[in-house]
Design a protein around this ligand. Sequence first.
Ligand SMILES: C[S@@+](CC[C@H](N)C(=O)[O-])C[C@H]1O[C@@H](n2cnc3c(N)ncnc32)[C@H](O)[C@@H]1O
Length: 453
Amino acid sequence: MVASSREAPERWPEPWWKLLGPRYGHVLHSLCSYMGSFPPGLPRYFIEQFTEPGDTVLDPFSGRGTTALEACLAGRVGLGVDLNPLAALLTDVKTDPPSREACLQRLDVLERTYTYAPVGDRCPPEISLLFEERTTLPQLLHLRDNLDATERTDRFLLAALAGILHGHHTRDVENSRCLSVSMPNTFSMAPGYLARYIAREGLRKHPFDAFHKLRARVWFEHAQGLPARRGRGLQGDARRLGAVVPPGSARLIVTSPPYLNVVKYGKYNWIRLWLLGASVQALDASLDVQETDRALGLSDKLPLRAWKTFLRDTLRACAEALTDDGVCVVAIGDVTNAEHGDHALALELWEGVRHAVPLQLRAVITDDVHAGRKVSKIWGEARRGRATRTDRVLVFQREGAPWRAPRHPSPEALLARLKADNGAPLGVDGARKALARRPRRAMCIPTATPEVG
Ligand SMILES: C[S@@+](CC[C@H](N)C(=O)[O-])C[C@H]1O[C@@H](n2cnc3c(N)ncnc32)[C@H](O)[C@@H]1O
């Protein structure tokens, strides 16, 4: 469906980025999985269409930093804002990554200064459940205690460690990427459920060497080179962008807000948040639309209504952050909710808030997402408020701004170029091959298995 203004060309409002294919994307995107992330081709498509090198590109709900990293890779300044400290960290380290050498040297120091100490009561029982306690967990605690979250190289290592903290084992268990018992990588199962799951599946804790696996990850993530431009990831509230982003500075915003009452970014990241020393409960409370509802003093308990208010405030903040000729792209999935039925949420939202937001809608691009690839598939069909198969991408400009035509009226040529010289030829597959060619010496600094007495 296309709902464009009179001047908008007819061909471009299609989900052209899908032609880049599911494997498109620089390997740094895979540093740490994150629920509900963009495919990298989506923000990249709009960055190429609506910005020039050197422009600032902003994502006020930056998540794992997909938009900001794609902006930096394209020679733009990528800025990401997110309330979740994990998201802010991921965005920051991807847009300003230290060199591989700096990471490996720092890891050597961390490994040299490690001496085994029993875990004792140094971590909560739900963490002890997940990691082997003679090798892996003491090393993990050493890294957690000594990585300095204010220092650039340490921040990258912390983000990479978050990425390998938990995940499924491969058939060749020793070469699995992650440190935990075999469990999903994308999200953290609830602690109570995990205990039952481990018992039921008879899962074993393997003595994985955390230094060894982190070193392998550093090699992997640097296999494709670093972005041309640098950017920032900041912790902040999308409704109050002015506190962290200068007004009138973003030539483009590409973002996707939290789903309507679907993902609890604290609860589903509790293991990674433990690594960062962040409070899961405090985070969920600050991200919860029901809490927003209460904070706004609304008696209405409908999360849908609170969500619309939340988005209205965010869109106002986005309008303020844009340059006069800036473009704002917002992707929102439809949802089905037992209480409220099917919602073409993006359009419903815009109808509800258009009179209170100084933006004009230029186009709507409808993207039929394959149901099996959506984050909500993990909850099955019974879950209330689940997302459905259709995403809608709304393209806005500031009210009164003249129509900004996309730079590439024939997207085929643009996409062919992107495919040829960016992620597609290398991407994750290429990084795997490059990793296989790394000097083995760098991987094999032995860590003595501690004496336990
Ligand atoms: C759908 S995700 C965005 C994913 C992102 N597009 C990516 O590619 O990774 C929504 C994000 O909104 C964040 N969030 C929720 N409430 C927020 C708020 N008030 N201000 C800023 N970020 C918020 C969540 O932490 C989550 O990372």
